[in-house]
Write a protein that binds this ligand. Structure first.
Ligand code: TRP
Length: 366
């Protein structure tokens, strides 16, 4: 079964979430500061979309526990979460249009996850390739139960807030598909409670690392962060991997897949400059140093306004924390309502209500 793709360009642009506007949910595990790979892969898309919906952003610390759960890693959650929110705001998420919440502070989600877990089979979850990869990546030889349940917990997140739109990357698309299946199964078996979520496929290519490896990632140490100061960006670009076959500026080089040019294409706001550099690179008429200097300048032009907004948000002490506290309270109210609906629709509240009635009439009879 394939997911229904909601093409962003087919959605009518509306200025802000009208009351009753469809909800969007997306988010990340709290792993720390955001880098250019996050920007290209998801943040840009979120910024573009978020004003059209009532937008929720999860800080998925319970999901983090499926692979990282040492006391030291858990102790860093707070700092990582504030860094992530700060970077998102700096990059362009509007705090007036964004509900940020801490997953573990909404324990009703865990109960919903348990209730939903009878709607999916173990083999269905075992066939999801991203889970095996995540386990191996975390050095697990065998699959932890929580990791197998990762998509079920994610389905609980999505269904708990009735998200209609869940923009995620490739790896997470399979999890949203599980959420869609569970929503349909629940609605058919017990009654219509859940919105069946759509997903917005991110058609952005994965940004390579500065070392030329396929993916920019914190754990690989090949990332340029949104919060890196100009001189750090310059130093990282100077060390960047380019075409290894080009020993001198006179040797014609390869542009295709060359990370320096992938970054130019993604972030340089001067397309004529990029076209001209590529032409000279292919012909062996430009040195790596010039290509890199122009990339540093382009990245700093892109990052400067982000740095400025980050400094302003940071100067407003307690703002990010307050956004998370109020967003978490708001989300928890929503989720409690959904959970009450779910329990009633499943028939889980009937037995206790009956016991109570009987107990009351017994005490009256005494
Ligand atoms: N799985 C996401 C990640 O890769 C985080 C996440 C948890 C999420 N729950 C979600 C994303 C709900 C979108 C919707 O970090």
């Amino acid at each position: 079964m394939t997911a229904t793709a909601i093409e962003p360009r087919h959605l009518a642009p509306v200025p802000g979430p009208l009351p009753g506007a469809p909800r969007m949910l997306t988010g990340d595990r709290p792993t720390g500061r955001l880098h250019l790979g996050h920007y290209a892969g998801s943040l840009a898309n979120r910024i573009r979309l978020h004003r059209r919906y009532e937008s929720y952003f999860i800080i998925a610390d319970l999901h983090m526990l499926t692979t990282k759960n040492s006391p030291g890693e858990i102790a860093e959650t707070g700092r990582h979460a504030t860094d992530m929110v700060l970077d998102s705001l700096a990059a362009g998420l509007d705090p007036a249009h964004s509900v940020f919440y801490l997953q573990s502070a909404v324990p009703e989600v865990a109960e919903l996850s348990l209730l939903l877990s009878s709607l999916v089979t173990v083999p269905r979850l075992q066939r999801i390739p991203s889970l095996k990869e995540m386990g191996q990546h975390a050095g697990q030889r065998e699959m932890p139960l929580a990791l197998l349940g990762y998509p079920v917990l994610q389905a609980a997140d999505i269904l708990a807030v009735h998200a209609a739109v869940v923009p995620v990357g490739k790896d997470n698309a399979a999890h949203v598909e599980v959420a869609r299946e569970m929503a349909r199964r629940f609605n058919r078996r017990y009654g219509e409670v859940f919105t069946v979520p759509g997903l917005v496929p991110a058609d952005v290519p994965v940004l390579p690392g500065t070392d030329g490896r396929a993916k920019m990632s914190k754990s690989l140490g090949n990332a340029i962060y949104l919060s890196d100061p100009p001189d750090v960006v310059a130093a990282k670009v100077r060390r960047m991997y380019t075409d290894p076959a080009r020993t001198t500026a006179g040797v014609p080089g390869t542009v295709e897949g060359n990370p320096v040019f992938v970054y130019h294409d993604a972030f340089n706001d001067r397309p004529a400059e990029v076209a001209e550099l590529k032409e000279r690179y292919l012909a062996g008429r430009v040195g790596d140093a010039e290509v890199k200097d122009k990339l540093t300048a382009a990245l700093n032009r892109f990052l400067d306004p982000i740095r400025g907004r980050r400094a302003a948000f940071e100067a407003d002490r307690g703002l990010v924390e307050e956004l998370i506290v109020t967003g978490t309270a708001r989300t928890r109210r929503e989720v409690k309502r959904t959970l009450a609906d779910v329990r009633a629709t499943m028939g889980l509240t009937a037995a206790l209500a009956g016991f109570r009635r009987a107990a009351r009439s017994r005490s009256r009879a005494r």
